[in-house]
Design a protein around this ligand. Structure first.
Ligand SMILES: [Ca+2]
Ligand SMILES: [Ca+2]
Ligand SMILES: [Ca+2]
Length: 320
């Protein structure tokens, strides 16, 4: 395809909110990551469990699929320690409470976080059949999800957990209308309350995640785990040109708090993960944000309100 047409097509796809890979294109995150539960946390995963929520607009009434890329732990993409001996279980939940249960909105796998109705479960160890390949859950009917009036959407949950072993599983999701191809659903989205991901092995690549600031948010506490002193984490928003936050090193959480400004309400923040100039390889990191009540904010793979752009005056720094 002609490069210009290709770029134009991509642009249209992005504008219409059709992109359904998780992580999404704008996030520039190569993989989500979950380690086996016998791993040491200094490899980057704090709790060996990651939940993602998929939301389908109420107008959509066709069957759909949740696809997982490279669900196994083995091969090139995954992170080996000794030999590959890790099993990860993917579980799909629908039904009442899968999202609205308070434990489901938490950042650690504690209490009734596996709320809702279990629709499917599948364990993967090292398996060449699924290495660099897609595995498909479904079909599901949107009405099998939990209806949220607030979002005008049906919600499903997928939890990936490392149930044995000490290696890192790298994977991605895609919410699709097809079992065999990645075909997006208009106006669908995905979100998480805690983001566990792998950075690129390239100092030029900047990763992004986009928490949404609801009405009533006064302040946010941002936490990051095992960032390995890899460069900077910078917050951009409609009212912030680029504010660096405290970063973590090896195997600990760093905390920072920001006061939310009025203009930022009902917009997303852009957390930019800028790597250090000397390459930190295979950097896995975990991030969450809470408001002044301690509620975890949602990171949307398609940022609500779009990618935020700073709207203030560009600061002029006089020389000399
Ligand atoms: Ca191992
Ligand atoms: Ca994998
Ligand atoms: Ca790390």
């Amino acid at each position: 395809m002609n490069k210009l047409i290709y770029t134009f097509t991509l642009l249209i796809i992005c504008v219409l909110g059709y992109s359904q890979p998780v992580p999404n294109v704008e996030e520039n995150i190569p993989y989500l990551m979950t380690f086996g539960n016998e791993s040491a946390t200094d490899w980057g995963d704090d709790d060996f469990s990651q939940a993602f929520f998929f939301q389908l607009p109420e107008e959509y009434d066709q069957p759909f699929f949740i696809r997982v890329f490279d669900p196994d732990t083995g091969g090139e993409i995954d992170e080996i320690r000794g030999e590959f001996n890790t099993r990860c279980v993917f579980e799909v939940f629908g039904g009442a409470g899968n999202w609205s249960d308070p434990a489901a909105k938490e950042t650690s796998p504690v209490g009734n976080y596996k709320s809702g109705t279990l629709l499917a479960t599948r364990a993967f160890a090292e398996n060449p059949r699924y290495d660099n390949q897609w595995f498909t859950f479904g079909p599901y009917n949107p009405a099998q999800g939990e209806y949220s009036e607030e979002f005008g959407s049906y919600i499903f949950k997928v939890i990936c957990e490392g149930v044995s072993g000490d290696d890192g599983n790298m994977y991605r999701y895609y919410l699709s209308t097809s079992a065999t191809e990645n075909r997006p659903i208009e106006d669908a989205n995905a979100f998480a309350y805690e983001y566990s991901f792998r950075m690129h092995n390239d100092v030029e690549e900047v990763a992004h995640i986009y928490p949404y600031l609801e009405e009533g948010t006064v302040s946010v506490r941002i936490r990051n785990f095992d960032w390995d002193w890899d460069g900077n984490i910078v917050v951009i928003s409609v009212a912030r040109q680029g504010q660096e936050i405290k970063i973590s090193g090896e195997d600990f959480w760093a905390d920072d708090e920001l006061t939310v400004q009025d203009e930022e309400i009902k917009t997303s923040m852009d957390f930019r993960f800028v790597k250090a100039s000397s390459l930190v390889r295979n950097n896995n990191v975990v991030v969450n944000v809470r408001n002044q009540f301690g509620d975890a904010l949602r990171f949307y793979s398609i940022p609500l309100g779009g990618v935020p752009k700073y709207k203030g005056e560009v600061e002029f720094i006089p020389i000399g």
